[in-house]
Design a protein around this ligand. Structure first.
Ligand code: GLY
Ligand code: MN
Ligand code: MN
Length: 427
């Protein structure tokens, strides 16, 4: 029951922001994979955030004002369906166990929702999924009073409390351990999917039932494709292996990337690039502090990577020229950070509300990734020893009152540590 109090607290907080308005939040439908088979169901993140209720096609209404309350519309009990698909919670138990003031069967929504909203202002999420469940006709009477709920929920979700941080720590620890096991099993001639299998095995064995996103297990030149997910190449002696993989715990994501040599020994060129990205990553992490701007870590990482690539003769020109002409984007084409939470690319503003040309500042309880990278495709202008090197190093970082805490710190990233671990299950 303790965990449901946490969800009720969030609804109470939302109600206090809503004044006399009402918020309506809907869970998604199941998605069909192919005939009679569904993708594993996962609640829509905002719906999970305010309810913790695990069933699809459910509607929650939260009323602000003098008599705040929250109600739920869900599937009714059905003995026949339950024989096939397991227990349906039902409106009565839903309201009692999940701490709603009232619970109704979904079929009552078309009558009750128009009555409940009358001429109130309604806050809705702009997701297309919502309109597949809510009937737009319900809102015709007060269409002009429709407001966007996402701004309120995004601001709530971007600051994590201890309950959420605890889940994110567990998620990061399970993922860090999976990365270590993957390193131990890596050796030349194995296939990328063997390593992917080990990562999923470790997630499941520790009770994390979902990856937070499709794992990237990319050897050699595959590491230069940012969203490579085929994971079906044979790993070659001399390749690097880039693994970007994280699980979900309590629906909270971790997002970790590690890069290491398949044969356990960095070549000279691989070491140069790896050390450069690692220095940039560490310096970027040091910029994570209350009051610093969201883009401070990226600026720092970029500065170090630009200088390093100029020193190695991979980029030609002065730092200013490379920066202004964005020549670095050939090798470092993505940003260093995104918010992390219920969604791997979590909600939350990146730009200040009052000054859209300025990044937001960090506050205590923010969680973000720090993930600079460097990807070198074969090119006439680059010495051949660097071709096919793709390196990204990604950690999950919590903003604390006096600095930061790297939630994913258990995943090794120093060259010496990596060289010691790789392949030790195969020795
Ligand atoms: N794994 C997705 C990302 O790193 O943003
Ligand atoms: Mn990632
Ligand atoms: Mn990421």
């Amino acid at each position: 029951m303790k965990v449901y109090k946490e969800f009720k607290k969030r609804r109470d907080r939302l109600a206090s922001i809503l004044d006399d308005s009402v918020a309506i939040i809907v869970n998604s439908k199941e998605s069909i994979r192919n005939k009679d088979c569904h993708y594993p169901f996962r609640s829509e993140s905002n719906f999970h955030y305010i309810s913790g209720f695990p069933e699809p096609e459910t509607i929650v209404m939260i009323f602000g004002g003098k008599n705040p309350k929250s109600i739920i519309f869900c599937q009714p009990k059905d003995e026949v369906k339950e024989v096939w698909n397991g227990v349906i919670i039902g409106p009565e138990k839903a309201s009692k166990d999940f701490l709603f003031d009232e619970g109704y069967p979904l079929s009552a929504a078309h009558k009750l929702i128009p009555k409940f909203i009358k001429s109130k202002k309604i806050f809705l999420l702009p997701s297309s999924r919502i309109d597949r469940i809510l009937t737009p006709k319900w809102f015709e009477i007060n269409n002009k009073l429709r407001e966007d709920l996402s701004e309120i929920l995004d601001d709530m979700r971007v600051v994590k409390n201890d309950f959420e941080i605890n889940l994110m720590r567990r998620s990061a620890n399970i993922s860090a351990n999976a990365h270590i096991q993957a390193m131990k099993l890596t050796k030349p001639n194995k296939y990328e999917y063997e390593i992917e299998g080990e990562i999923l095995n470790q997630f499941f064995r520790k009770g994390a039932r979902n990856p937070a996103y499709s794992s990237i297990v990319a050897s050699g030149i595959n590491g230069c494709t940012l969203h490579y997910v085929e994971n079906d190449s044979q790993m070659k002696d001399g390749d690097l292996l880039l693994i970007d993989a994280g699980c979900e715990v309590g629906s909270y994501a971790s997002d970790i990337t590690r890069t290491f040599p398949v044969n356990g020994k960095f070549s000279f060129a691989q070491k140069e690039i790896y050390q450069l990205v690692l220095s940039a990553q560490k310096a970027a992490i040091e910029k994570v502090k209350v009051g610093h701007f969201f883009d401070d870590p990226h600026r720092e990482a970029l500065k170090i990577i630009i200088d390093g690539l100029i020193d190695l003769g991979i980029l030609i020109g002065s730092r200013d020229e490379v920066y202004e002409k964005e020549l670095y984007k050939k090798f470092f084409m993505h940003r260093t950070s995104h918010w992390l939470g219920l969604d791997v690319h979590d909600v939350g503003k990146y730009l200040s509300k009052n000054n859209k040309s300025q990044a937001v500042k960090f506050t205590e309880g923010n969680v973000l990734t720090i993930e600079p990278g460097c990807y070198i495709r074969p090119s006439d202008h680059v010495s051949q020893e660097f071709w096919g090197i793709g390196v990204r190093i990604e950690d999950d970082v919590l903003v604390t009152p006096d600095g930061h805490d790297v939630l994913s710190k258990n995943a090794p990233k120093e060259i010496k540590e990596l060289e010691e671990i790789i392949g030790i299950s195969n020795a």
